[in-house]
Design a protein around this ligand. Structure first.
Ligand code: SUG
Length: 439
């Protein structure tokens, strides 16, 4: 029996736009109101999936959610025909309309937290949908995300899907973006690291801390994790205020390696000591800390060096870092990557990918994927068409080329015809993935 890590990427939806909706996310703020190119965005994402698949890894996909979210608009008092609702919302509450149209479910690292069956008390693979309660446009994702995960992981004997935690600031949960699993090999029991920005009930100054310790504890408890193999660490305020709205903007881990920026944790020595204790007898922790002196925190965040996929690639002895091209454009991070590869540490290669459309909303390669470690039997039990082949990627790209716009300004969302266009495109995508029931 082999166990592999399957990356489920979010397929970027037709309404990808620069809405400026995420306080504390510098890219979202800096590009607010710009013209986006949803077609290019989706094609870039699909090419990244193809690239990872061609390395010999299993690649999954999660389609875009229904948009606009009419439930949100109706609950805000709009009523009448779809066109009436959109036109009036565009006049009276344009920011709410942007939220209802948000394509943010593309960042599937925020869809859920996942614990592989090797880590859980009941031997099932556990997933908890993230409530994403901090940002309005993201807080609407979880019901549709749960329905989608249910369709993809339908077998309750193998998969335990937990609904989102209650929608309250004490339970703020942003999913796998604040979660790292370390292990000797994917199928072996691992150590799960949960990173939080504040305690429940604590109010913090500065940019929002989107994950509470309470939420992380609830997820770990629900998944039946061994407390001795579970570590809670506080994200540093410095990182949050510099624009690291999720821990995965300054940290990524895979196998026994934790790759992180010097400013990532409030207590670096304490976090590493706790991880070493938890890993005892399972594996030797290999921390790779990038010093401030090599990469200033501003460069780390602008380039998204850490928002990379750190992959165990068949046939390669060292890990591969799939980083955004912005980390190649930035002098400090490019030089650091050269040093990393030339050294004899655990990361042996850096592969740069172009996901610029997503990056301009603060979503790099790591944001675009949800890691699900799966045994052969679990792969066989999941929805088969959610796992990609070259042909399926081609078919999705054909739909994208035929149905997505190559220019979208936030004001274009006011046109009721766009809602129909979106729906038709989504139906075609769902058909390719055998998920018509979600239309
Ligand atoms: O939640 N951006 C997303 C980016 C999420 C990145 N995910 C991870 N780091 N895992 C967010 O801030 C911007 C949308 C807008 O402004 O239109 C946005 O939602």
């Amino acid at each position: 029996m082999s166990t592999v890590e399957v990356n489920f990427d979010g397929l970027i939806g037709p309404s990808h736009n620069y809405g400026g909706l995420s306080d504390g996310n510098l890219a979202s703020a800096n590009n607010a109101g710009d013209i986006s190119n949803p077609r290019e965005a989706a094609l870039q994402g699909l090419e990244k999936m193809r690239r990872v698949m061609r390395m010999g890894l299993v690649q999954g996909i999660l389609p875009p959610l229904p948009r606009p979210n009419f439930d949100l608009l109706v609950s805000a008092g709009f009523h009448g025909s779809d066109a009436d609702i959109i036109e009036r919302a565009a006049r009276e509450a344009p920011r709410l309309l942007k939220a209802a149209y948000s394509a943010s479910s593309m960042w599937t690292a925020n869809a859920a937290t996942v614990s592989p069956s090797a880590d859980t008390a009941d031997g099932r693979l556990h997933l908890t949908t993230a409530n994403l309660s901090t940002m309005l446009h993201r807080s609407q994702e979880h019901p549709d995300t749960t329905a989608l995960l249910q369709a993809i992981f339908p077998n309750a004997d193998r998969f335990a899907l937990h609904e989102a935690l209650p929608m309250h600031a004490d339970f703020s949960d942003e999913g796998a973006a604040n979660h790292v699993r370390l292990c000797a090999e994917h199928g072996a029991p691992g150590v799960e690291l949960f990173v939080y920005g504040r305690e429940a009930g604590e109010s913090t100054a500065g940019f929002p801390a989107r994950q509470t310790r309470l939420a992380a504890e609830c997820v770990a408890r629900g998944h039946g994790l061994d407390p001795a193999r579970t570590v809670m660490a506080r994200q540093s305020r410095v990182a949050i205020d510099a624009g690291a709205f999720h821990n995965d903007v300054v940290c990524v881990g895979a196998a026994n390696t934790l790759f992180f920026h010097e400013t990532a944790f409030e207590d670096t020595a304490g976090t590493l000591a706790a991880l070493e204790r938890a890993a005892g007898g399972l594996f030797d922790l290999a921390p790779v800390m990038v010093p401030l002196a090599d990469v200033p925190v501003e460069d780390a965040i602008r380039s998204y060096l850490f928002n990379s996929q750190l992959l165990v690639v068949p046939g390669e002895t060292r890990l591969v870092l799939v980083a955004p091209t912005e980390a190649e454009d930035n002098d400090a991070t490019r030089r650091y990557c050269e040093k990393l590869v030339a050294g004899n540490g655990p990361i042996g290669r850096v592969d740069f990918v172009d996901v610029r459309q997503s990056m301009r909303n603060g979503g790099g390669p790591a944001c675009l994927r949800l890691r699900v470690v799966m045994t052969d039997a679990e792969q066989a039990a999941c929805h088969p068409q959610s796992l990609l082949t070259e042909e399926r990627i081609d078919a999705l790209q054909d739909v994208v080329r035929a149905t997505y716009r190559d220019r979208l300004a936030p004001d274009d969302l006011a046109d009721p015809a766009f809602a129909q266009e979106y729906q038709q495109a989504r139906e075609k995508l769902l058909k390719v993935l055998g998920l018509e029931a979600l239309a």
